[in-house]
Design a binder for this molecule. Sequence first.
Ligand SMILES: C[S@@+](CC[C@H](N)C(=O)[O-])C[C@H]1O[C@@H](n2cnc3c(N)ncnc32)[C@H](O)[C@@H]1O
Length: 397
Amino acid sequence: MSEIKNAVQKLYNTYPFPPDPLLDEPPPGYNWRWHYQSAYNFCKGKKPQKKQLRILDAGCGTGSSTEYLVLHNPTADILAVDISENALATAQKRLQKSGVLNDFQGNIEFRQFNLENSRELDGYFDLINSVGVLHHMPNPVIGIQALADKLADDGLFHIFVYGELGRWEILLMQRAIALLQGDKIGDYRDGVAIGRELFAGLPESSRILQREKERWALENQRDECFADMYVHPNEFDYNIDTLFEFINTSGLEFVDFSNRDFWQIERLIKSEDLLQRASQLSTQERYRLIELLDPSNVTHYEFFLAKPPHHRETWQDDQLLLEAKPELNPCMLGWESKSLLDYNYQPINLSDSEFALMQWASQNPSQNVTVKDILSQVNSTLDEVRSLINRQLIMMA
Ligand SMILES: C[S@@+](CC[C@H](N)C(=O)[O-])C[C@H]1O[C@@H](n2cnc3c(N)ncnc32)[C@H](O)[C@@H]1O
């Protein structure tokens, strides 16, 4: 076990990940998965009440996620941990250089730490972010269980792990490189050199080369990315069935995929009859159907877990909705305009009444304006308000 952990540590000390450049300014835009209010709203259907947050970046790497966590949660207590000392050193440099800490009123600590021992961490966390980490642990079940035990009662656990169907060619190349490395396995620079030479010589008809070119070549210009992909000493890849087995070991409840739109069967099936049949399937079977029909795009799964019983407010009760107080989702670009980018950077065009609703929602929350107040001023409907909620444009308090 600890041999595998040491090999993973050596990889990320040789090639700290991600190799995002260190900037002299804060990172661009936003990432709603790391904005607690926005992520909570996505999962629970309403704005969180909790103000004093504790956040764990579990396997922070070189700190690209940590930097957004700092930027988006300016009063939070943030702990960022990793086993790679070189990745941690870069993460610290990143945050110092970009200046995000200048306006930060919370606490940030970086710590070299093995996530297998997460139960030893003090207290509980409202948001645990673990992107691209659990699938590299010697036993991911030990990792997910230890972290699940550290989730606060109303907390959210955001996870990213690999999908086997979309990584099929990667796996073949990993094995080819390993065969050629022989007893030099574990020399990651040698592995990268072999991999690059192999790609340079493969015929155009090679499926492995085609996949590399169409999907990965841009990011793999950086050796750190190439190494992370092709010479990793330890990687678990999941399919929907093994993913849900894995999730179930955590004792937590699956909330949703954070790329929710991808997991809509209507994207792939147009026949009414087949859609009707698909609607008879369990949620997990429907997800399985989606990945069977669109395998090459399932390179990973990104999703939220929460402590049971998880409840998501859907605002179907008219009275409840009339009394709620809307606010704008902080993750959008282009407000105050009718054409803007939503939380996923997708272009949105608002109708006149939607725009008017959002203008009311953008007022200072201390004014306590309810949906009922707004609908007495704006010619709109509760269903239009629901549509804005579902599209993550407004959050209800
Ligand atoms: C692919 S990188 C992801 C980094 C970052 N989360 C991101 O998404 O950009 C995986 C990171 O997990 C860390 N890691 C792997 N196993 C770990 C463990 N048992 N405990 C702590 N960190 C670990 C590695 O050192 C590496 O920095």
